[in-house]
Design a protein around this ligand. Structure first.
Ligand code: NIG
Length: 396
């Protein structure tokens, strides 16, 4: 089934093909077959179904590479207290743990479906999510199973917090033993909250090594609440990403710049916790690869709006529009190892995400605007017109 999209005022391919004005795009079987100027539509495209988007801008769908969407309940009171001067403490995770444990799989399924739909309504086409509000074998397994029914990539985050009443070393034993055994067939990644008040360097390393030995890719929550070992550990372990990165030493910048580990900015979280914004400008200037993600969760970022995160990265973190769009598309794809390594394919030979080149997934974010600068120029205004996943319209 071929679809030819016409009437594109500005096609941001987020690739070496750059931005094409007055463009068209041909989709074949869920992947991009051709992109180029409207006057160069290939002859074979005549038989395709035509969709005219009326002079709107088209970019790759957002790749949201960091969320915690398997939860029930909310922490509005904690948030309100924070806005009145309290500081963020990870202990609130235990409140969400209680609500999530008692929710049941059917309710979690419904919540995940709603959260994915809300993300799509904001232009997100690829979703990662973590477990991490179950914190025992039964509930982490339930979270992993539910997540795997709704999102592209699932991350095991049993090492999110030591649950109340548990002793840390015994809990790490449980995470790397029975919990990992139970969830591993449902997840692709392992993660750890490497931070004062959660897991230290040594405990975090144990968790990541066990995940690696089980065949999982590695990612790290690091340097969110203060400088610490997270970035160094992530780089040493060959992690696909280290996320938060608010407090970095000079050495951390160098390590990130010299590695394949993506530094993921979570601007909505930084605003919600009133932490200093992650140094996105300096990371890019240093040569690090940067992603932007929503960090959807009830404690520090109760939003799935990637549009908001991209806007904030431009207005507050001083990324250019190109850099911010790149970070929220190919940056996220790199953080999930779904990026283009040639001919539109990812490292595993699947259609790449976060780029609009032949061979890549036909995941589109069509803006209700002639050009993408409106994301930052008109902050907060409704801007997602349609969202397409694998060549099918899923929103708008
Ligand atoms: O990424 N930092 C750790 N985990 C989440 C917050 C979890 C919570 O407070 O519920 C985050 O911000």
């Amino acid at each position: 089934m071929h679809t030819l999209i016409t009437g594109i005022s500005e096609l941001r391919t987020v690739s070496e093909l750059g931005t094409i004005k007055d463009a068209s795009l041909l989709i074949d079987g869920g992947v991009i077959a051709w992109v180029g100027p409207a006057e160069e539509i290939p002859a074979g495209a005549d038989a395709a179904e035509r969709v005219d988007v009326g002079g709107r801008a088209v970019l790759p769908g957002w790749v949201d590479s960091h969320t915690h969407m398997v939860f029930d309940g909310n922490r509005a009171e904690e948030f309100e207290a924070r806005m009145a001067g309290e500081s963020y403490a990870a202990g609130g995770i235990a409140v969400t743990m209680e609500a999530t444990r008692s929710a049941g799989a059917a309710r979690l399924d419904q919540l995940l479906a709603e959260r994915v739909a809300a993300g799509r309504a904001g232009g997100t086409t690829t979703f990662e999510t973590k477990t991490g509000y179950g914190l025992n074998v039964e509930s982490e397994l339930e979270a992993a199973r539910v997540a795997s029914r709704h999102v592209d990539d699932v991350t095991f985050l049993g090492a999110h917090l030591v649950p109340p009443g548990a002793e840390v070393e015994a809990y790490v034993d449980e995470v790397v033993g029975p919990m990992l055994d139970a969830v591993k067939e449902h997840v692709q990644w392992i993660d750890v909250f490497c931070e004062r008040g959660a897991f230290n360097d040594e405990q975090s390393r144990r968790v990541l090594e066990a995940g690696k030995a089980a065949g999982l890719g590695v990612r790290v929550h690091g340097n969110q609440l203060g400088e610490g070992p997270g970035v160094r550990l992530a780089v040493e372990m060959g992690a696909a990403s280290v996320d938060h990165v608010n407090y970095l030493s000079d050495e951390d910048f160098e390590l990130l710049a010299g590695s394949q580990t993506v530094a993921t900015l979570l601007p909505a979280c930084d605003l919600s916790t009133r932490e200093q914004l992650a140094p996105g400008r300096r990371l890019i200037d240093a040569g690090a690869t940067v992603a932007i993600a929503s960090n959807l969760n009830p404690g520090t970022s109760f939003t799935s709006s990637m549009n908001f995160c991209v806007t904030t990265a431009v207005l507050q973190q001083h990324l250019t529009l190109d850099e911010a769009i790149g970070a929220a598309t190919t940056g996220g794809a790199k953080a999930l190892r779904r990026h283009n390594v040639g001919e539109g394919k990812d490292p595993q030979g699947r259609p790449a995400k976060g780029t609009l080149v032949p061979g890549a997934a036909a995941d589109l974010h069509i803006l209700d605007a002639e050009n993408a600068i409106n994301l930052a120029y008109r902050p907060g205004m409704p801007i997602t017109w349609q969202t397409w996943v694998a060549g099918e319209r899923v929103y708008g």
